[in-house]
Write a protein that binds this ligand. Sequence first.
Ligand SMILES: Cc1cc2nc3c(=O)[nH]c(=O)nc-3n(C[C@H](O)[C@H](O)[C@H](O)COP(=O)(O)OP(=O)(O)OC[C@H]3O[C@@H](n4cnc5c(N)ncnc54)[C@H](O)[C@@H]3O)c2cc1C
Ligand code: FES
Ligand code: FES
Length: 471
Amino acid sequence: MRALQFFRRGAVVQIEKFAPDTMLLDYLRLTEKSKGTKEGCNEGDCGACTVVLGTAHNGGVHYQAVNACILMLGQIHGKELITVDDLARDGKLHPVQQAMVDTHASQCGFCTPGFVMSLFSLAHENRPVDRAAVVDQIAGNLCRCTGYRPIIDAGLAVCNSADDQWSRAQSETFKILTAIEGDLFVGDETSFFAAPATAEKLAELCAQFPSATILSGGTDVGLWVTKQMRTQSQIIYTGHAKGFSDITDHGDHLSIGAGVTHAAAFDHLKTLHPDLGELARRFGARQVRASGTIGGNIANGSPIGDMPPALIALGATLHLQFGKMSRKMKLEDFFVAYGKQDRKPGELVWRVDVPKPAANQVFKCYKISKRFDDDISAVMGAFLLTLQGSKIVEARIAFGGMAATPKRASKTEAALIGKTLDEAMSVVLDDYAPIADMRASAEYRVTVGNALLRKALMEAAGANDMRVLQP
Ligand SMILES: Cc1cc2nc3c(=O)[nH]c(=O)nc-3n(C[C@H](O)[C@H](O)[C@H](O)COP(=O)(O)OP(=O)(O)OC[C@H]3O[C@@H](n4cnc5c(N)ncnc54)[C@H](O)[C@@H]3O)c2cc1C
Ligand code: FES
Ligand code: FES
């Protein structure tokens, strides 16, 4: 297929020519001239640019709010695109907009369109919506005038049901979206946006163009374009490839495809352990979780990525794929040094196999960040303790934010083995010499790392879970 295709305002839009790194927000505001969607931060933080994408799912359409500023135009291939400009019909506001008016929630013109689209997306989730659900939904929409209360009221008033043209047209839209199939390749060999339709084709293309940018959710790559002004001329998008975002439960372990988004992983991770569910819920905000993937979070090699420490502590195995060649390694071995991972150009992070904790194992993980929602970790600690009675016979501890890579605390692990949980309270975390940066000072990181170790040991010994409860 040589043209990008997406469904918008009742018709399939086809685009045969576009710069590979065109951002969706620029397309909307500069090409389509739909200016209801606003540009605030241009880095995925404020939600002013929130739009909704519909994906064909189980005979219907799954609607999710995403940040248009860091989403590339090519990522909407095969999706339905809805923006705030589309909601009012024949001079009548959409129920979500009307609820915003009725509760006096419409405040400044920058944030309101994003709030409307986030609530629109929640209203189409077809699930009971309470205050916590509304708060979680709008955590990625920042209002600097602090007027959240009426916005939450609007959400509660309207998000428990969606009866509008989109909900009524779901089966028709499903057919239209599923008809957009096959590999996408727009451009030529020097400059292209490609979205292979299967995982095998994806691996083949990445091996053929090893210097191309592999794009998954774009929640990092998007910022290379919007903040670092780096041109991306060859892009291979993973999100259209069937078989790349599957999750399989093998009984004793979960197999998570690299293309699984944080939103899709949430339900599975929380069954593995509630702490993982909580971590997934605090990963960025809704818009970031809808786009960002587990594979991207591993591949970017960030020392402050949230998933790697948790997955390392659980003993995850990483699978990589280059063309037809696959290999695997312990996840911790993938992170070689700052900005350096054991991955050659064109090689894909393919999937991660995550063992489930056994009955005699205690798992704990904690994210420490300045803000509760929508913030990157200052320190992220994960612990897997294997116990015989109260004696620690094996320990796997991994931290993010404490070293140049997500890293195991091998010395501390060794010091814990053979000790009872009580005796282990005297062990000091002795593996890291963290740096100070704008997120935290070095001293803070060491203090927090030790506090988290103690918290994990106390909770393993039966102390109440001291997590902050969801508001
Ligand atoms: C507002 C905001 C909040 C955020 N909050 C958090 C947070 O709370 N915790 C956190 O850990 N991170 C956070 N992030 C960072 C980012 O969202 C995550 O790291 C995310 O998981 C990246 O995944 P992605 O699919 O978007 O990756 P992309 O941006 O698509 O790619 C990231 C990197 O990985 C490469 N890549 C992607 N997929 C593959 C693959 N399958 N194989 C090989 N290479 C690949 C890309 O080429 C690129 O180098 C946040 C980002 C933003 C913008
Ligand atoms: S403009 Fe702020 S999230 Fe997109
Ligand atoms: S609605 Fe824009 S700052 Fe509050």
